[in-house]
Ligand binder design. Structure first.
Ligand code: FPP
Ligand code: MG
Ligand code: MG
Length: 378
């Protein structure tokens, strides 16, 4: 509608930096092996939403005006070492070649308050996210992603898994080159967290039971899983952005809390859209979670007042009619509304975390990102 057009377009605030994102990512993913090159770059073709890099760049800019920490011992980030992607019989397939230096490696002009290292961080977050999608689509037997055949469908499971591993490898090299031990530790932890979250999801509930009963633990297990699976990357990369900018401890913590709450809200909305939107709208199959045996927030809220859902959760909606039955019950309940309300709560907390940041376009952009999380429909 005309009236609620956002005044601030978050993308415009960091448009210059975002312009180089995909190109730089593709450079980080170059391989001399043509089919690896193709598989690794496959998910960079269809334009993703680039939510994570956008948040990292906005956070970088928003924290540039915040108080600084006492100077840390600075080992300088080498923005400019290119990657050797050639295959000669003697060279290791995908070594970085530190001597092949170009100044264009982290492109975009230097006249902004966003550091080259923060731009690189934005690229690294997208790499890690994309790696997790490659693996996720294998695990979920997904056939479509961003409106195109999924990588596992296009290349097969083996190549999709290996492509994901390759992305993590290249992300790790880029990360190491930031020469910032705390940031390396944060993003390495994210990779572990993604796997932990996925493991928790495979299990659905804390204990394996035939007929689990709803308890407060049901929700906290789900939220912990959601943090690991989604919010960890966003929150820790926000933290890393602030650290790279040299922000003080309080700012670093606020950046983290913003990212954590935004990440939780983001996934809650994702889980809600799986119930409310069509495949066409999502660019991927709708109602997929129940089919995968997953009990997400809308169902967990429904379960609280509909104990009969326990048996279905226990058998992962595997019996004939389970998925439809669960879906009906969720739709009769206020599970969707409660999920939305919880997401709204997290969004409010995310915005609150920014209260001490000085006013800036970037801060407004971060707020708008949070608000948009609730409005999005894909
Ligand atoms: C998408 O969730 C998937 C994730 C957010 C993370 C998946 C993590 C792994 C597969 C562990 C391995 C991680 C790495 C870094 C190699 P979804 O299935 O709910 O969303 P979708 O609908 O987009 O598929
Ligand atoms: Mg999936
Ligand atoms: Mg999944």
């Amino acid at each position: 509608a005309k009236n609620d057009m956002p005044v601030i377009d978050p993308l415009r605030i960091v448009a210059k930096e975002m312009k180089f994102l995909t190109g730089n990512i593709r450079k980080l993913l170059g391989s001399g092996h043509p089919s690896l090159d193709r598989a690794a770059k496959y998910y960079t073709q269809a334009e993703g939403k680039h939510v994570r890099p956008l948040i990292v760049l906005l956070m970088s800019r928003a924290t540039s005006q915040c108080p600084k920490a006492p100077q840390r011992q600075q080992a300088t980030f080498q923005a400019s070492s290119a990657i050797d992607t050639s295959i000669s019989p003697l060279s290791v397939l995908s070594d970085f070649n530190p001597s092949a230096t170009t100044e264009k490696d982290v492109e975009a002009s230097g006249d902004t308050d966003i550091l080259p290292s923060q731009r690189r961080l934005a690229e690294i977050t997208e790499l890690i996210h994309t790696a997790s999608l490659l693996h996720d689509d294998v695990i979920d037997h997904s056939v479509a992603r961003r409106g195109s055949p999924s990588a596992n469908l296009e290349f097969g499971n083996k190549m999709a898994v290996l492509a994901g591993d390759f992305l993590l490898g290249r992300a790790s090299v880029a990360l190491a080159r930031l020469r910032h031990a705390e940031v390396i530790e944060l993003l390495a932890t994210v990779i572990a967290n993604l796997v932990e979250g996925e493991f928790m999801q495979l299990k659905n509930t804390a204990r394996d039971e035939k007929n689990p009963r709803w308890s407060e633990e049901t929700l906290s297990y789900y939220l912990q899983k959601t943090y690991l699976k989604t919010a960890s990357l966003i929150s820790k990369s926000c933290r890393a952005a602030a650290l790279l900018g040299g922000a003080d401890a309080q700012t670093v913590e606020s950046a983290y809390i913003y990212g954590k709450n935004l990440g939780l809200a983001f996934q809650l909305v994702d889980d809600l859209l799986d119930y409310t939107r069509s495949e066409q709208e999502l660019g991927k199959p709708a109602g997929a979670d129940l089919e995968l045996g997953l009990a997400t927030a809308p169902l967990l809220f429904a379960w609280k007042t509909m104990p009969e859902l326990g048996a279905l959760v226990g058998r992962k909606f595997e019996q004939d009619g389970d998925v439809a039955r669960a879906r009906d019950l969720v739709m009769q309940s206020d599970g969707i509304e409660q999920t939305r309300a919880l997401a709204e709560d997290y969004v409010a907390q995310a915005i609150h975390a920014l209260r001490d940041f000085p006013d800036s376009d970037a801060k407004e952009g971060l707020i708008e990102m949070a608000v948009k999380t609730l409005k999005r429909n894909k």
